[in-house]
Design a protein around this ligand. Sequence first.
Ligand code: GAR
Length: 204
Amino acid sequence: MNSKAIAVMVSGRGTNLKVILESVAAGHCPVDVQLVISDKADAAALEIARQAGVPHVVYLNPKDYQDRAQFDAACADLIDQHSCQWIVLAGYMRILSSFFVRHFPKRIINIHPSLLPSFAGAKAVEDAVTYGVKLSGCTVHLVDEVLDGGSILAQSVVPVLDDDTRDSLHARIQKEEHKLYPATLKRMVEQGFSIEGRRIIWAS
Ligand code: GAR
């Protein structure tokens, strides 16, 4: 197993994938993006991966599989085939099956556009604006079987302004995501961590 090899799973625009690839190319992030998997044929992230020369770029159509577990099994096979140590979710909008999460214990990382445990779920940014919080941000966390519930690796905070809309707040959060995700992946690979209860303890 290559301890720096990662598979990135995407569904959309791929701006997080893009900054990770740029960071790798600039020598700032010592991971090796071996595989990108998308569940959406038209995800801009696929083109970003191809342009950057990722060795394996794959679209899998969920409709070609009987159920979620079978689709996830196909993803897991690809990840195992390419010996990826880490599975990095970057705007991957499908809920993962228990099978997949158990197959890769403490090896799946996600970025979420809120300060977890506040505002888990698919409408995190909208929910934060509606609720009226004055601070929001992003969270990089391990994935377990609870939606957006795994141990927290890193967080960044942004202010919520009085005239914010979902889109303006999301844009501010994404600026932070683009710094936090590559920096956290670098730490993960270079420094490592242990887990005490729910707490991530970074190695010194
Ligand atoms: C990011 O803001 C990420 O936090 C969010 O999707 C966006 C993907 O952007 N993820 C979730 O909401 C997961 N629950 P990108 O495709 O430009 O990287």
